[in-house]
Design a protein around this ligand. Structure first.
Ligand SMILES: C[S@@+](CC[C@H](N)C(=O)[O-])C[C@H]1O[C@@H](n2cnc3c(N)ncnc32)[C@H](O)[C@@H]1O
Length: 272
């Protein structure tokens, strides 16, 4: 059973490197944001992101293995080690999707700890819940928006968000929320795509903009969701910018670790 709770502006410079036209949301009258390289009304982004993840949920795990040649497992293993979760800890997995991190944390915290799997998307969360149950873990699973976390403040020893922040409309709000629910001394881990080492970027662009949508078409029958993935990575803040965002959200001692030449980075910050 899944408990349902009520529920940057675009970087045109990055966009123009990969596409000549940046489609605009003609219905946008209020504040806008980016959805990949498109500029959309803020209120439309969440629905578009939901369409992406509802479409890919069934094949999400296999596509992760194919697209990253299995590397996502190593990236996640690194983030999990860095989280330093121990027996008895309370952990919140934000945008946890199909539960890779929740599963690893559940094994570490033991019977005296807690791991909460959360995500805004029902299809992703249902797969995560099923995987947890198949592995013998009946964890609390909550459908909620990271920008409005339904948890009291000062509650968790560790909060993680893996490959989720990029998809959120108000990243600063989500980061502040994640900080709010941490106990003093607790840590936030953000695992996310980042800026690849420059000499590799032509090859990475070729791979992202040609091969990914092709794989998406062949395996999921949905090239657009994988085009969005490639575009959203380019629009997401790089290592230093994300560090600054986390500091603005009130996190302290923020550091980061580049993995696979900066294809992804793990940022860690503390609530003091
Ligand atoms: C790429 S998946 C990552 C899933 C999982 N954490 C992993 O690493 O495999 C991104 C997830 O972020 C979720 N998401 C997007 N916007 C969100 C929001 N505002 N609040 C909570 N989850 C969100 C999506 O539904 C999706 O499940």
């Amino acid at each position: 059973m899944i408990a349902a709770f009520p529920d940057e502006k675009g970087r045109a410079a990055a966009a123009t490197t990969m596409t000549d036209t940046v489609p605009q949301d003609e219905a946008a009258t209020g504040p806008t944001t980016h959805f990949g390289f498109q500029t959309v009304a803020e209120e439309h982004k969440q629905k578009k992101v939901a369409e992406v993840f509802s479409s890919v949920a069934q094949k999400y795990d296999i596509m992760n293995d194919l697209m990253s040649f299995g590397l996502h497992r190593l990236w996640k293993a690194f983030a999990i080690r860095l989280a330093g979760v121990r027996e008895g800890d309370r952990v919140l997995d934000v945008a946890g999707g199909t539960a890779d991190l929740s599963l690893a944390f559940a094994r570490r915290v033991g019977a005296s700890g807690q791991v909460w799997l959360t995500d805004i998307n029902h299809a992703m969360l249902a797969r995560g819940r099923d995987r947890l149950l198949d592995n013998g873990h009946a964890l609390p699973v909550v459908q909620c928006d990271a920008e409005r976390l339904p948890f009291p403040g000062d509650n968790f020893d560790c909060v993680t968000v893996a490959f989720g922040l990029r998809n959120m409309t108000h990243k600063e709000t989500a980061l502040s929320e994640m900080r709010r629910v941490l106990r003093p001394g607790g840590r936030l881990l953000v695992l996310e795509f980042s800026r690849v080492w420059k000499p590799l970027s032509p090859f990475y662009d070729l791979y992202s903009f040609k091969l990914l949508p092709w794989m998406g078409a062949k395996v999921v029958g949905d090239p657009d969701s994988y085009r969005y993935l490639a575009e959203s990575i380019r629009m997401h803040p790089g290592q230093q910018d994300l560090k600054a965002m986390m500091e603005s959200a009130g996190l302290a001692r923020v550091d980061y670790f580049n993995l696979s030449a900066g294809i992804v980075a793990v940022h860690r910050g503390y609530k003091l």
